[in-house]
Design a protein around this ligand. Structure first.
Ligand code: AMP
Length: 376
């Protein structure tokens, strides 16, 4: 396929910060973006040429949107299969509907990953209380009961430690659920890989992700893991991208165990919060790679010119540090333009760069983040 020429229009389904940063990267490459989102003044629409203000299931709006763009991608995964099929019948959708269907459903996702010979936590699909008991008997406790669809940032899941916790079965919706054996991980990492229609692949280095209240708090680039472990993680991400025949960007979240096994947790076929550091530490960020892949442009090596720490600014408390952040030398500040700071809402992030190989330890990181130092 030929590359999308400058001034072409990229349609982005979803209006959040991932769409916003993709649109900013697209603008630099000479493209226009058209956002489909039901939210007025959403972060992505505020920096894009056009906005179709409509629900993701509004088929008339989907048709109008598809008619006005040259290619469609998304920053939001929970579009219905029917909606996606409709879009894909009218204009190229990248990544394609099959990729989205797999990543939207934890059972489909784990079956696919295991089918490639790649390990995940042991798991069982659970549709009834009896199946939950059988699954616990097979996997043991502790275990994590999750919805198969529509979960994010720790929502739609419950830790089971004893039989008392089985009552989570009735509160978790929608069914079916999945029970996952608990992985006693040493750290959580992710790898972001891009693949274009020509089959070129490029992969960012594995990073470590630290969460707070189930929401990503810090990303350390690179992850402080052994080179062989990093190589395994990269090989896994590449194999998944190839297996999916991916066109676009894919984040693979993984656990690293104390004995250096790498286990896939989940995949997201879009830019990922754990790749925000690439805006400031790489010649081409994850967002540029996303746009390049979707537009059929060449993919440069996903090399970093600096080590980095990224800290999310979540909720009213952290974003209230904004004036202080702007005054702090060395903090690279990103604000998503959201007007309302609700608890748990991602409002922005900061990145701090370090010379290659000079990522500091925990105290150094806290020091470097100044007004938004993570709490011990
Ligand atoms: P998820 O929504 O699947 O990304 O899960 C959110 C977080 O819960 C992960 O980042 C982990 O910290 C934790 N978690 C999820 N699944 C497991 C598991 N099978 N074993 C241990 N921790 C898990």
């Amino acid at each position: 396929m030929s590359a999308l020429p400058p001034n072409a229009t990229i349609g982005i389904v979803g209006g959040g910060q991932l769409g916003r940063m993709s649109a900013l990267a697209a603008a630099r490459l000479g493209y226009r973006c058209h956002i489909l989102s039901p939210e007025q003044d959403c972060p992505a629409a505020l920096v894009s040429a056009r906005h179709t203000l409509a629900d993701y299931e509004d088929s008339n709006a989907l048709r109008r949107f598809a008619g006005a763009v040259d290619v469609i991608t998304f920053e939001f995964e929970n579009v219905s299969a029917a909606g996606l099929e409709l879009l894909a019948s009218l204009v190229p959708v990248r990544p394609g509907p099959t990729v989205l269907r797999i990543s939207q459903d934890r059972v489909a996702e784990k079956s696919f990953v295991n089918g490639l010979g790649i390990p995940t936590a042991p798991w069982r699909q659970v549709e009834t209380p009896e199946e939950l008991e059988q699954a616990v008997a097979a996997l043991g406790l502790p275990a994590i009961l999750k919805t198969t669809r529509l979960g994010y940032d720790g929502k739609g899941q419950a830790m089971l430690r004893s039989a008392e916790d089985y009552r989570a079965f009735s509160t978790l919706e929608p069914k079916p659920l999945i029970l996952e054996g608990f992985v006693d991980f040493a750290c959580e990492i992710s790898v972001i890989v891009a693949r274009n229609p020509q089959g070129e692949v490029t992969c960012f280095d594995p990073v470590e992700n630290r969460h707070r209240h189930h929401i990503l708090d810090l990303t350390l680039a690179p992850a402080p893991i052994a080179p062989e472990t990093a190589a395994t993680a990269v090989a896994i991400a590449r194999a998944i991208a190839a297996g999916l025949d991916l066109v676009g960007l894919l984040a693979v979240e993984m656990f690293v165990t104390a004995d250096n096994r790498v286990v896939v947790n989940e995949i997201a076929p879009r830019p990922h919060n754990s790749g925000h550091w690439t805006i400031d530490a790489c010649p081409a960020s994850q967002f540029e790679m996303h746009i390049r892949a979707v537009a059929g442009l060449p993919l440069p090596p996903a090399r970093r010119h600096a080590d980095a720490v990224m800290k999310n600014l979540v909720g009213p408390d952290e974003i209230s540090q904004w004036p202080e952040i702007l005054r702090t030398e060395g903090l690279i500040a990103h604000h998503y333009g959201k007007t309302e700071a609700r608890p748990g809402r991602k409002m922005g992030h900061v990145t701090r760069l370090f010379p290659l190989g000079a990522l500091p330890g925990p105290f150094g990181i806290a020091d470097a983040l100044g007004p938004v130092a993570p709490q011990a």
